[in-house]
Ligand binder design. Sequence first.
Ligand code: ASP
Length: 334
Amino acid sequence: MKTLAAALAATAALSGAAQEKPFAIAIHGGSGTITRTTLTPEREAAFRAVLGEALEAGRRVLAAGGASLDAVVAAVRVMEDSPLFNAGRGAVFTNEGTNEMDASIMDGRARRAGAVAGVTTVKNPIEAARAVMEKSRHVLLAGRGADQFAKEQGLEIVEPAYCRTEERWKQLERARERDRMPMDHDAPKKSGALEVDEKFGTVGAVALDQAGNLAAATSTGGLTNKRFGRVGDSPIVGAGTWAENESVAVSATGTGEMFMRGVAAHDIAALVKYKGLAPQKAADEVLEKVRAIGGRGGVVVLDRSGEAVFSFTTEGMYRGFAGATARPEIHIFR
Ligand code: ASP
């Protein structure tokens, strides 16, 4: 008969084994013209601090045996709450001077997905996307209906002015002057006769939990000076976000129109699943396809072994990775 000590030892061995299960989280905070000369040391430190906090929020969930869905939401929330990133509080302005936010989430277990587009009063659009997935019969809710649904679900609602940061307003004024639609992290620069101001500050996270489930989440304010009502790739499942346990989890950032036309996130997963490509090769190939139709940006891809890869066609990308054993890493430049 088993003694109590033996039973306890067996339990300890089991929990020890559970701790050895791989888990991982990778995040991005957008890509663009991010170089050592365009980013002051103070700003770099500020970005690193928020990225580190987001990574840690997600890692903590996973280390405690939590679900990848909870981890990606925890990480994205931190970046949505920071004015530095183009999502939630730091969302950029439309041509009408409004903030219209898009977000999506996907559960790798059974291709469940939820998304919101053009929300204006939800503090954390990623939570609204999750509520659509878990509490509605739909995948994508847009505009007034999405805001109202979030409110009915008891999510935190804010005045539209919550997103009005001075820096974003100036970005809009610059973009209006030049009649351009830049990505969030692009520094102004001269390009022939055109002045280009291009940055993508969208945020995203992909995670693998100890149960072996993948999840992906993406949240954005879109492109500065976008036409009001415009929806980008971030809330489009298969374009800006994808997660499927049989292949990979993906979150993208970049010129949304081209990522939609390239069905970028799903295309990466398909190359891994059907063609057996390594995630890095699949990501590079799809970004080349996006580039060929005039798009630029980046992706983070995580596979079931907990290995993350980043690929981007811009000068830099805010990004980070943490795993069960690896020390958390944050990178910005190429
Ligand atoms: N992909 C986003 C959009 O087009 C922009 C971004 O990544 O910053 O809405």
